[in-house]
Design a protein. Sequence first.
Length: 196
Amino acid sequence: MKRINLLSLFLITISILSCSHPADKDNVSIKTVAIQSPEDIVKQGEHLVQIMGCNDCHSPKKMGANGPEIIPELMLSGYPSDRPIASFDSKLLKTGFSVFYPDLTAAAGPWGISFAGNLTPDETGIGSWTEEQFGKAIREGKFKGIDGTRPLLPPMPWMNYTKLTDQEVKSIFAYLKSVKPVRNIVPMAVSPDNIK
């Protein structure tokens, strides 16, 4: 009988201690919140813009020793408005072929001609946009991030960005708002029936 009582007492004591001991990592949920500085958010946005290839189409380029090089003072400003719109073989485009401008800031295909937008914080770019608008544009493919507008046209790969987190959108937007504003009114898209 003494053996059972001692064993019971031992088990009860262990149960009480294991339930009430706060250092037990299995029973305590610890949440840490990383607080990012505004500089860290912008830095993360710059990293995302680089790895997502935004400069590939949104930055005008000139030919250099290693091929196309970004023109620093025009970075992320989109298709240059002072550049004439080239003519394309519309018969070729209607068969499904696509053609890019040499610096990739414009493309033509069965959808018509599309021009890379100005992503700088100038009023001709995203200067008046909200973060919510930017999120709708990049994750939902809405032109200017506004419901009821046309979808973003190829080659904009917005479908690849539908899974961006709110934090990633915030970081990209913060970075774009931090770059040098460039005044550049990008031409409106040309519909397939208006290609000459």
